[in-house]
Ligand binder design. Structure first.
Ligand SMILES: CC(C)(COP(=O)(O)OP(=O)(O)OC[C@H]1O[C@@H](n2cnc3c(N)ncnc32)[C@H](O)[C@@H]1OP(=O)(O)O)[C@@H](O)C(=O)NCCC(=O)NCCS
Length: 405
């Protein structure tokens, strides 16, 4: 490494850290008390040239739902290099060290550009769908509603009331990040200068017949009047509802807002059930993007931590150029989704050969090993192993990440 050093951050780096990342993203990032409180300096790295920070990365301490479990996952963010220091290997130095140091068995991130992280062993594990719904064409199917089942919450302590719903979503669907109490406060922060011309955030809730909140939606509106008439825009930020009635009623309400022509939503799953609730799904205006990238940093622990859809007994030979200790053969055994799996090193011959990148991509159950076998990135040595392991790594519900962190 020449011309700069990499060190663990200290609390006093917070403002400069933020300014550097904001500058790299071309986004004004203002320090605030909550952000300062949530800064975990011992989980952040900085590249320093003559006492000046020229590169940053950090890992947030959060958990993540994976098939059949919720596990600690290093949530990597704020990867940035000062523009005048680009393409000198600063990011490569930061990311490589970070991956060798994180204590969690997996690291996850959202990539600004898909070309960046594959070289470090991250695999794109979840796809999110962005909607730009044409509300005049989409045709929401009629829903019977009860008076009083919809309500609104003030933001103050909404996090406490909504947290159990997010936890239920984690138990149901892989790819969902958990939120601490501070995390909820940050998520529900609503600074007027960050609204981009939209209204304050509304917190819409659905209550079941006992009055318990069983679904919520966070959304804003934007006034828009065209020569042909009203054409307001609804920005849906988050919708969590596992009970079918709550899910149907919340979506129906949002898809039928008065004066509105468009609804934008960035975090739908590929198998988002709302597709069944409209007569014209093409009018949802769907665009698919890679969302969560997964990097397995400890193969045995990561594979043992999740559950498997069907019984499996397979030897995987894994290669990992960045963390050589990960390379080797592992025997993975599981009896199905209801019991814990076992994964340990073995000298037995490999049934399948793959790198950590494919393992990361398949880890959340959203991508099939066969997809990678088709391009030679997974090699089958034992006939039938691809089919069995492929089915075991899959999951009935597709992963989705419902926030960019
Ligand atoms: C992306 C960014 C962090 C890269 O930093 P950097 O120090 O220039 O990267 P490095 O010099 O370490 O590059 C390492 C490798 O990644 C490649 N790479 C870097 N940025 C890339 C990009 N945006 N897309 C594809 N490949 C990229 C480099 O070409 C290099 O490849 P090589 O090893 O084959 O030569 C930096 O340009 C940046 O801050 N960009 C704006 C903010 C951003 O997008 N951050 C990522 C948030 S998820």
């Amino acid at each position: 490494m020449t011309g700069y050093d990499i060190r663990t951050a200290v609390a006093a780096d917070y403002d400069e850290f933020l300014a550097l990342f904001g500058g790299a993203m071309m986004f004004e990032m203002r320090p605030d008390d909550l952000g300062r409180q949530m800064f975990e300096p011992d989980r952040a790295l900085v590249a320093v040239d003559n006492d000046e920070i020229i590169g940053t990365t950090r890992a947030l301490t959060r958990d993540l739902s994976v098939p059949g479990a919720v596990v600690p996952a290093a949530h990597v963010t704020a990867v940035g290099v000062k523009p005048i220091h680009r393409r000198r290997g600063v990011m490569a130095g930061l990311i490589s060290r970070q991956l060798r140091e994180v204590p969690e068995a997996i690291a996850v991130l959202w990539a600004s550009e898909p070309g960046i992280y594959g070289r470090f062993g991250y695999g794109a594990a979840a796809f999110d769908v962005s909607y730009e719904v044409d509300l005049h064409r989409v045709g929401p199917r009629a829903v019977r509603t009860r008076p009083g089942e919809l309500g609104e919450l003030p933001a103050d302590d909404a996090g406490k009331q909504l947290a159990p719903l997010l936890r239920s979503l984690q138990e149901h669907r892989p790819g969902v990040s958990g939120r601490s109490e501070l995390g909820w406060q940050k998520h529900l922060q609503d600074k007027p200068d960050s609204r981009d011309g939209k209204t304050a955030r509304r917190i819409l809730v659905h209550r079941d017949e006992t009055g318990t909140i069983d679904g919520y939606a966070l959304y804003r509106g934007k006034l828009n009047w065209e020569s042909s008439g009203p054409a307001n825009e609804v920005s849906l930020e988050e919708l969590v509802a596992l009970e079918p009635t709550a899910y149907r009623v919340l979506w129906h309400h949002l898809l039928t807002m008065d004066l509105s022509a468009k609804l934008g939503y960035g975090y739908a799953a590929l198998d988002e059930p709302v597709q069944q609730l409209v007569t014209t799904p093409t009018a949802l205006g769907r665009r698919v993007t890679e969302s969560l990238w997964v990097r397995v940093t400890d193969v045995a622990r990561a594979l043992g931590d999740r559950r498997y859809a069907v019984p499996v007994d397979v030897v995987l030979e894994v290669t990992d150029e960045l963390i050589p200790a990960n390379s080797g053969r592992y025997r993975l055994t599981a009896d199905g989704p209801h019991t814990p799996a076992r994964c340990e090193r073995t000298e037995n011959p490999a049934d399948l050969v793959l790198s950590v990148t494919e393992l990361g991509a398949a880890y959340l159950g959203g991508r099939r090993l066969a997809e990678f076998a088709a391009t030679g990135r997974v090699i089958e040595h034992t006939s039938g192993a691809l089919a069995t392991a492929g089915a075991a790594f899959g999951w009935p519900v597709l992963p989705v990440s419902i926030e960019i962190f």
